[in-house]
Design a protein around this ligand. Structure first.
Ligand code: ATP
Length: 305
């Protein structure tokens, strides 16, 4: 039997980062939105005792581990453990989400693998709980849409959002390590260069903007506490943001921990226009267009051998 599932990339419309916790994580209040930029994960059963073989295909497969550190492998194994069966699988990941980009591509693969493995092994337990065990963003990759994330991001509840939004996604060729960006933020705060957030709450104006369905309103409410830290490590990202604004974007910011930058635009036509202008300026290694919000992890196909 072969089961294929997909899961989306995410962006953070609000990313408020609190202090460092005793467990090494930071408290977060974040509003996630899922992009219709999706990876696919296929799980095919292998003969008993053959174990797991994992390969990645597609444009963005470089830098994706094929061993047990791959989040899709860990997710499939977790479901097999819950059911009490040995995990003998061929795992094929079609990467469309850039790697180490701040778009939670690994989390998407884990969420897709959870859904596919649950189908394959007939697991009826709570996948959201398993997602939270595996990583901070995986619960949202599983849920999709627009959602509020708290704690370290793994506690997610849906947020009302009207209409659709168009984003231009501007990739950089070099990844930024997420832990390094958080460390830089702590350092900037210790030095007094960046303030801690006054309160760790979802921004009411942002939630109102999402209810209005107006991209213009949403554009005034986007925030990312990690942006100063990402820019301190990779100052060139400011050129990407400036280029997007010069080219007519409604707003532009670093996506999560970067190095991807995202620009909110009016509609599809505007997205094409802004993307074409940015592509001509040599500031981003790859420019994509994406619509949001998109669905969470879901089964794409089931083939019975
Ligand atoms: P984070 O979730 O840490 O913010 P990110 O969204 O910036 O990460 P990812 O594409 O998830 O970036 O990759 C981060 C790292 O996770 C990669 O460098 C890679 O070593 C590891 N990784 C594990 N599994 C995967 C996977 N299936 N796809 C991509 N990267 C993976």
């Amino acid at each position: 039997m072969k089961v294929t599932a997909s899961a989306p990339a995410k962006i953070n419309l609000q990313l408020s980062v609190g202090g460092l916790r005793a467990d090494g994580y930071h408290d977060l209040v974040t509003v996630y939105q899922a992009l219709d930029l999706k990876d696919e994960v296929s799980l095919t059963e292998r003969a008993d005792g053959m174990g797991i073989q994992c390969i990645s295909l597609g444009e963005f497969n470089s830098g994706v581990p094929s061993d047990d550190t791959n989040l899709a492998v860990r997710a499939a194994r977790l479901v097999a453990d819950q059911v009490g069966v040995s995990c003998d699988l061929s795992i094929e990941i079609t990467k469309r989400i850039p790697v180490a980009a701040g778009l939670a591509g690994g989390s998407a693969d884990a969420a897709a693998a959870l859904v596919a493995a649950a189908e394959l092994y007939g697991y009826g337990g709570n996948l959201q709980l398993l997602a939270a065990q595996l990583g901070s963003d995986i619960g949202f990759s599983f849920l999709g849409g627009t959602a509020l994330g708290t704690s370290r991001g793994e506690v997610v509840v849906p947020v009302m959002s009207r209409g659709e939004y168009w984003w231009v996604i501007m990739s950089a060729s070099n990844g930024l390590s997420t832990p390094r960006v958080y460390q830089k933020l702590d350092q900037l705060r210790d030095e007094g260069a960046v303030k801690e957030p006054m309160q760790m709450q979802p921004k009411q104006e942002l939630l109102q903007a999402l209810l209005s369905g107006s991209a213009n309103q949403l554009a005034t409410q986007l925030t990312n506490d990690l942006q100063p830290a990402a820019l301190a490590i990779a100052p060139k990202l400011q050129r990407v943001i400036d280029a997007a604004m010069d080219d007519g974007a409604l707003a532009a910011l670093v996506a999560g921990s970067g190095p991807t930058c995202v620009a909110l635009v009016k509609d599809y036509e505007h997205a094409l226009d802004v993307a074409a202008r940015i592509s001509g300026q040599n500031v981003a290694s790859r420019v994509l267009i994406s619509r949001a919000p998109a669905s969470g992890a879901e089964i794409v196909s089931i083939e019975r051998g």
